[in-house]
Ligand binder design. Structure first.
Ligand SMILES: Cc1ncc(COP(=O)(O)O)c(C=O)c1O
Length: 370
């Protein structure tokens, strides 16, 4: 059994994709070919934003808006410690300081009520709080109604980390469309993934679009040999754009199937482990289906039982970022973010993809229920 099955999906898109790749090979437009612009307009339409710019990874998608806003040394950017390292890494890469705030125990996403406290913490550290990066963890968008209201009261702009959330929605709006900029990843394991690295940013803001377009290709001005600002090599290549165009055509249907898989798990596992809680106005993209055991020892016992039957499971994330060696210099200690630490000790994720068969779900659930 696969944790994420990319091979079944490949069979569905194979014919169309090979035709597209053949066209690209014949055209010789391997970088910034017409597929890239076609993908960007389809993605902007799908998410509902004025602009979409594709780029080379989710990490670069998070980095470009920070560079565009001139975030740097002395600035604080608030974020969650219960996420993949790239969310905080980009803050450090621009020379700013990540200031963490804890998550909610039900959604695993940033607790908006803690933003004020994190702003105070940043100021106490001698930093200027500038922005907040909420993460749509495991595919579930954060609470953007509260986050946006509280962030603007503290003069913070919002950068949505939709690297796992793409495909989800909150209050009728798609993930990627929240905040000043939304950033996503097309890493192969994501709900919408390419066959390598890729990402995209979404915004309604014309100036941000112009700045990020420039930053994406070495800070170029009228052409790439006139350089107006410091940039990166952040392009998405044409073949990856072709992969994403083929996958986007079946994405809505795949999201429905992910939803059915999640409902199937939830129906069976409710009461045995703590199953995900999705609010009324939300839809998860189900990047992961993550559950909580009663204790760390019970998690070991359950994941070992799955392993004995060749069922893969994963732990996202065993060490919250404030306790990672890379962030030791920030001076956080165990106990600073109790919810994230508790989740880290009990969480595990089950196989999740649109091609998971009912009998596979049965097998996984019966091992957990035994
Ligand atoms: C929450 C989150 N942010 C950022 C990233 C970085 O994306 P990429 O691997 O495409 O650089 C990931 C990727 O796993 C992620 O899960």
């Amino acid at each position: 059994m696969q944790f994420i099955d990319l091979l079944s999906q490949k069979e569905r898109i194979r014919k169309g994709l090979l035709q597209r790749i053949e066209r690209i090979l014949d055209s010789g437009q391997f970088v910034m070919g017409p597929e890239v612009t076609e993908l960007e307009s389809q993605l902007a339409r799908w998410v509902g934003t004025k602009h979409c710019l594709s780029c080379s990874s989710g990490t670069d998608a998070l980095l470009m808006p920070l560079m565009a806003k001139g975030i740097g040394p002395g600035d604080a950017v608030l974020t969650t410690p219960f996420t993949f390292v790239a969310t905080a890494e980009v803050i450090s890469l621009v020379g700013a300081t990540p200031v963490f705030l804890d998550v909610r125990p039900d959604t695993f996403n940033i607790d908006p009520e803690l933003i004020g406290h994190a702003v105070e913490d940043a100021v106490k550290r001698g930093l200027k709080p500038k922005a907040i990066i909420p993460v749509d963890l495991f595919g579930l968008p954060a609470d953007y109604t509260r986050i946006t209201a509280i962030a603007s009261a503290f003069n913070l702009w919002v950068l949505e980390d939709a690297c796992q959330g793409f495909g989800g929605s909150f209050a009728g709006r798609k993930a990627g469309s929240f905040g000043l900029v939304g950033a996503t990843s097309f890493f192969p394991a994501k709900p919408l993934g390419c066959y390598g690295d890729g990402g995209a940013v979404f915004t309604d803001d014309d100036e941000m679009e112009m700045l990020m377009r420039s930053i994406r290709v070495h800070g170029g001005g009228i052409d790439k040999y006139s350089n107006d600002r410091i940039g990166i090599n952040g392009r998405l290549d044409t073949i990856q754009a072709a992969v994403l165009l083929e996958k986007l055509a079946i994405f809505d249907e795949e999201l429905e199937t992910r939803q059915r898989v999640a409902e199937s798990y939830t129906r069976r596992l409710k009461g045995r482990v703590k199953v995900p809680v999705i609010g009324e106005s939300c839809r998860s993209a189900w990047a992961q289906y993550s559950v909580l055991a009663a204790s760390s020892a019970e998690r070991d016992q359950l994941t070992q039982a799955l392993q004995r039957e060749s069922v893969p499971s994963m732990i996202y994330y065993a060490i919250p970022l404030h306790l990672q060696k890379a962030y030791a210099s920030l001076g956080y200690r165990a106990g600073d973010f109790p919810i994230s630490e508790d989740l880290s000790s009990r969480i595990f994720s089950l196989p999740m993809h649109p091609y998971l068969k009912e009998e596979e779900i049965d097998k996984i659930c019966s091992i957990l229920l035994a």
